[in-house]
Design a protein around this ligand. Structure first.
Ligand SMILES: [Zn+2]
Length: 399
C-alpha cells in the first residue's frame, strides 16, 4: 500500500518527498509512526490529491460523514474495498451464527418515500436477501403494521442500529407481542449497556455488535464469546492514548486503492484492556474492552461539564418511545420526545430525574412532546442537538 501511495497518489508522493522518506522506509507497522497523522480536515482540504487517478472509475462509491465538527467529509472507496468490507462483516455474522438465516434490517436507508403514510413500509431486497424495513416510519401508530409483517415473515435475525433496535423492542413490549430472534446484529452507533440488555431481554437473544465508520479505516466485531476483536486483516489499527484510560482509534487502510488513508484519526474512542488475553473463540485478533464511539454532541451542565449521552432513551420511562436532547444555553436542556400517548406526570418526573442524574442536579430540564423526530444524515438517529460549542473535550460520559 505504501508503494502504491508513493507511486500513484499525489498527496503521498509530496508527503514522502517532504519528509525525505522512500517507500521502503515504511515497511513495518512500527515504521508507520514516521508518517504524520491524517484527519477529516486534511482529507477535506486534500480530497482530489488523495485520489489515485488510475483507480477512479464508475464502480467507486462515495461515502460521507458529518464528523464531530458538523462539517461533512467525503471518502472514495473502490470496488475491491467495498467487497472486502462486506466479506469482513459477513465473516463476523457467520462466526456469530448467521449462516444465511432469514433476516430483516432496520437501518437508516430510505426504503419508501418519507411522505408515505400507509404500509408497506418495507421491501424485500433479493441481492442482500433481507426484508428491509424503514426506520423513518416506525412509530407507535405504525407499530402494529410492522409487527404483523414481522410475524408473517418470521425473521431469525434482526440487523439494526442500537437506537432503532431499542425502539422496536419498546414497541413489541407496548403491544405485548413476544418474539424471539436467534441474534440481533447492531452497528453504526455506540451501543450502551442498558440498551443491549433491553433488546436481549425483549427478544430472548443476544446482541452481536460491530463497529465501523464511513472512512472504513478500522473494524471491530464481537465474537460469539462476546469479546470485541479488532479485525486485524481489515486494516492496521493503532490506539492513541487520549483522556483517562481511553484511546483514539487510528487506522491505516490495506485494501482501498482509489483513496488510501494512512494513519487516519477517527475521533472514535475505545477502552483497551491492561493486558491482552487469549479469547476462548480462538481468534488471535486483539480485543478492546469497550467501544465508546464518536461523540456527536454534548450537553453542557451548569458546572461546565461536557456530557455525551450514548443512549437516546433514558431507561425506566416506559411510555416514551424516542427522545432527543436540545441545548441552546448552558445548564438548560429541552427533551423532545415521542410517546405512546399515555405519557403522564409520573413518566415526566422519572425522565427529568434521569436527565438530572446523568448531567447535574441543577440542570434545567424542559419536556416537549413531538409527533416525530427527524433522522439525521445517513438516517442516523441524532441524540443531542447542541447550538452551543460542539468541540469540547470529553470529561464525563453518561449511558
Ligand atoms: Zn473471541
Amino acid at each position: 500500500m505504501v508503494r502504491h501511495c508513493t507511486s500513484h497518489v499525489p498527496y503521498y508522493i509530496d508527503l514522502f518527498k517532504r519528509l525525505g522518506l522512500r517507500p521502503e522506509d515504511v515497511a513495518t507497522q512500527q515504521d508507520l509512526q514516521k508518517l504524520p497523522l491524517l484527519d477529516s480536515k486534511l482529507v477535506r482540504e486534500n480530497f482530489d490529491r488523495l485520489i489515485s487517478p488510475q483507480h477512479r472509475n464508475w464502480l467507486c462509491h462515495t461515502g460521507t460523514t458529518s464528523g464531530t465538527t458538523g462539517l461533512p467529509s467525503k471518502f472514495l472507496r473502490d470496488f475491491n474495498a467495498i467487497n472486502f468490507e462486506h466479506a469482513a462483516i459477513w465473516r463476523n455474522w457467520h462466526n456469530a451464527g448467521d449462516d444465511g438465516k432469514r433476516r430483516i434490517s432496520l437501518r437508516g436507508d430510505i426504503i419508501v418515500p418519507s411522505a408515505q403514510k400507509q404500509p408497506p413500509f418495507w421491501r424485500y431486497n433479493p441481492a442482500d436477501q433481507e426484508l428491509q424495513m424503514s426506520s423513518y416510519h416506525l412509530s407507535p401508530g405504525s407499530a402494529p403494521h410492522y409487527i404483523d409483517k414481522l410475524l408473517e415473515f418470521r425473521p431469525q435475525i434482526l440487523y439494526c442500529g442500537p437506537s432503532m433496535g431499542h425502539v422496536l423492542a419498546k414497541l413489541f413490549r407496548l403491544n405485548r407481542v413476544d418474539y424471539t430472534f436467534d441474534a440481533v446484529f447492531t452497528s453504526s452507533e455506540s451501543l450502551a449497556q442498558p440498551v443491549r440488555e433491553f433488546i436481549e431481554q425483549t427478544f430472548h437473544t443476544r446482541v452481536v455488535d460491530w463497529y465501523g465508520q464511513s472512512e472504513r479505516v478500522a473494524a471491530i466485531g464481537q465474537c460469539h464469546c462476546g469479546a470485541y476483536h479488532v479485525q486485524e486483516d481489515y486494516s492496521i489499527v493503532e490506539f492513541l492514548p487520549a483522556h483517562g484510560n481511553t484511546t483514539e482509534i487510528v487506522g491505516t487502510q490495506l485494501h482501498n486503492y482509489v483513496m488510501p488513508l494512512l494513519r487516519y484519526r477517527t475521533a472514535d474512542y475505545v477502552e483497551m484492556p491492561k493486558v491482552q488475553r487469549p479469547c476462548a473463540c480462538g481468534s488471535q485478533f486483539r480485543t478492546v474492552d469497550r467501544i465508546i464511539g464518536r461523540y456527536y454532541g454534548y450537553l453542557i451542565t451548569p458546572e461546565g461539564y461536557h456530557i455525551a449521552i450514548t443512549a437516546h432513551i433514558p431507561t425506566g420511562v416506559d411510555n416514551m418511545i424516542e427522545a432527543q436532547f436540545h441545548q441552546e444555553r448552558q445548564g438548560e436542556v429541552i427533551v423532545k420526545l415521542v410517546t405512546n400517548g399515555r405519557f403522564g406526570p409520573d413518566d415526566a418526573a422519572k425522565l427529568i430525574a434521569s436527565v438530572k442524574s446523568h448531567t447535574s442536579p441543577d440542570m434545567q430540564v424542559r419536556l416537549e412532546e413531538v409527533p416525530h423526530i427527524p433522522r439525521g444524515p445517513n438516517g442516523k438517529f441524532i441524540n443531542i442537538v447542541n447550538r452551543m460549542t460542539a468541540n469540547a473535550p470529553i470529561t464525563r460520559e453518561a449511558a
